[in-house]
Design a protein around this ligand. Structure first.
Ligand SMILES: NC(=O)c1ccc[n+]([C@@H]2O[C@H](COP(=O)([O-])OP(=O)(O)OC[C@H]3O[C@@H](n4cnc5c(N)ncnc54)[C@H](OP(=O)(O)O)[C@@H]3O)[C@@H](O)[C@H]2O)c1
Length: 369
């Protein structure tokens, strides 16, 4: 019986995580939940699950704490073995660090933790004795392929659905509406990651995440567009052999695997794969010149240091403004590009550096809008 904290329990991944836990009451006990500001849903979850700790990060919660302290308290709760970090954005970083320093397993959906604080996360994992297991389906696919391998891999290939604008002309994409951008062809997700999937910034975040998770150089991480979202990731070995992980799009499998890795539980309760029903699986290159946010994110990753933090912050600001109908879709990449061009760079030495770079990039992005 393992104690679980779900940070961001009211969101898309949070709700899916609770569905997974519900199917395995003999294996997991929900100890702590946190939400941002959805007090009603948090109250419903609290009534149903009766966790020892529940709190709103953006308000006064039942745990008697507020703001970041709520996240940190849940992440380090003594009865918690596994922290599912399903918070969206930079707000999730500190909880990832605290959980790893406290020796917990972190089932990481919050990719922004690794993008903005990769070296700090790695240090916390090594020195705190915690474990980091990805929830992202692409990284879960890679981990599942690697878990059966006796040799290190030479390359990974992450798949991307291509988002709602995969085959649109650049001019049409530039003026896409919020409704169009949120209409993802294969996944139902929170609004921020849905927009990131439409710009393909999400795939750049995932490449940076993969760089830190698997210790691979950027030249060893490729991305391919795969509109059916059936193959989640490929792993290539030195001899040229390639393994892939497949399944219909559902986050419940990668969430369950992040809880049980390297074990597998009997039945995840998901639709069984049928290759005939899946029919044709197709693959295309990413249109780098059209999806500029993707190219900018990769460049920031390769630059390293605090550049991915600036990329992430500029993207978070631009996406929030787009969702509020205050920015055209086409300007998201433009804002990111200008922020990165002005960013002086620097190394990631401690959390203060990262917070400073994040605040700087947010301020510049806001001034541009
Ligand atoms: N959704 C997917 O299928 C998917 C797949 C792979 C990876 N991910 C990653 O998983 C993370 C969560 O994505 P999501 O789609 O589940 O997002 P979401 O539906 O927007 O949920 C985000 C959760 O974080 C909470 N939250 C928001 N701002 C917060 C803050 N400042 N402090 C504390 N909590 C805060 C929200 O609370 P309230 O709603 O109560 O405000 C909500 O519970 C993201 O990093 C995303 O990239 C998602």
């Amino acid at each position: 019986m393992r104690g679980v904290a779900v940070l961001g329990s009211t969101g898309s991944i949070g709700v899916s995580t609770l569905a997974v836990l519900k199917r395995h009451p003999d294996r997991f006990r929900l100890v702590a939940i946190t939400a941002g500001s959805n007090a009603d849903r948090l109250a419903q979850q609290q009534a149903e699950w009766r966790p020892a700790f529940a709190s709103l990060a953006n308000g006064n919660g039942n745990g008697g704490t507020a703001g970041r302290a709520a996240l940190l308290e849940a992440a380090t709760h003594p009865d918690v073995d596994i922290v599912v970090n399903a918070v969206v954005g930079f707000a999730g970083l500190e909880a990832t660090l605290a959980a790893l320093w406290a020796g917990k397993r972190v089932a990481l959906a919050n990719k922004e933790s690794l993008v903005t604080g990769g070296p700090l996360v790695e240090r916390a994992r090594l020195e705190g004795g915690g474990e980091l297991v990805p929830v992202d389906s692409e990284h879960s696919a890679v981990l599942q392929c690697l878990s059966h391998a006796a040799a290190p891999c030479s390359r990974i290939i992450l798949t991307a659905s291509g988002g709602p604008f995969r085959d649109w002309e650049a001019d049409r994409i530039a003026t896409a509406t919020v409704e169009q951008a949120l209409c993802h062809p294969t996944w139902r997700m929170g609004s921020k990651i849905s927009i990131d999937s439409a710009t393909l910034a999400n795939k750049a975040l995932e490449v940076i995440e993969g760089h830190y998770l698997f210790g691979l150089p950027y030249d060893a991480i490729d991305v391919v567009v795969h509109p059916q979202s059936i193959v989640h990731g490929f792993v290539e070995f030195a001899d040229g052999s390639v393994l892939a992980q497949l399944g219909y799009p559902t986050m419940e499998l990668p969430i369950l695997y992040a809880l049980t890795h390297p074990e597998r539980l009997g039945d995840a309760g998901v639709r069984r794969f049928d290759p005939v029903a899946a029919a044709s699986l197709t693959f295309e290159p990413v249109r780098h010149e059209v999806f500029r946010a993707f190219a900018l994110g990769l460049a920031a990753g390769r630059q390293g240091g605090l550049a991915p933090t600036a990329f992430n912050a500029a993207n978070e600001v631009a996406v929030a403004r787009f969702l509020a109908n205050q920015l055209a879709f086409g300007r998201i990449a433009e804002i990111i590009e200008t922020v990165l061009a002005r960013f002086p760079g620097g190394p990631v030495s401690d959390l203060g550096d990262v917070q400073e770079a994040d605040a700087w990039a947010r301020a510049v992005a806001e001034s541009l809008i």
